[in-house]
Design a protein around this ligand. Sequence first.
Ligand SMILES: C[S@@+](CC[C@H](N)C(=O)[O-])C[C@H]1O[C@@H](n2cnc3c(N)ncnc32)[C@H](O)[C@@H]1O
Length: 222
Amino acid sequence: MGRQDTAMTTMAGTKDFQHPRFAKLYLAVADRADRIGGAVHRGRLLSGLTGAVIEVGAGQGRNFAHYPDTVDSVVAVEPDDTLRGHAEHAAVRAPASITVVVGHADALPAYTGEFDAAVASLVLCTVPRLEHALAEISRVLRPGGVLRFYEHIRSGNPTYGRLQDLLEPVWSRVGGGCHPNRDTVTAIESAGFRIEELDRFPFKPVSYLPAFTHVIGRATKT
Ligand SMILES: C[S@@+](CC[C@H](N)C(=O)[O-])C[C@H]1O[C@@H](n2cnc3c(N)ncnc32)[C@H](O)[C@@H]1O
């Protein structure tokens, strides 16, 4: 079964991931965020990356312009039809060889051990089953493969973390399923990855909201 066939079999499963109103909002939010620092973060996320790469939940393809020429190819998986349409256009303009495919992190359209690296960017906050998604990412990576991640995570301040817990139901409805309160770094470690690099910093992509703790990191499949 080729990737296209695999993609077709997972396409039926993407109807739960259609958030057209959020997609429209995110097109504008991500554009602004990238202008005030997000683009630099994306460059750091992908710097020095090599080999065959899978990007999970690529959105409208805001990372595509930042892939270095050391990358052989990128398979960009995106379930949302609106964002995937934009990603297809971004892939044409990108310097790297990028194929955009339909699919989701619960059943990635990829063979076991197929990739040298996986990229998760502002997506592990949103996947419905974080542990399952990380197990899938691990499955499609070769032994010693690398996970690069750029995520907003639960605040290290317990009071603020509890506020994020309270905010989560409403936030998730408005934010296309995003959970602001996930301890994503611990989840990555629990999924069998060794954290090699981790930078934690506050970032405020939306002017009317407080800064969120963000991380940029590199982890190896053990
Ligand atoms: C906040 S956007 C981030 C998009 C992009 N990665 C970026 O860096 O701008 C969250 C993305 O996760 C995608 N997504 C949601 N659930 C997913 C899943 N189960 N598997 C893969 N992607 C998913 C959404 O469709 C959306 O594109």
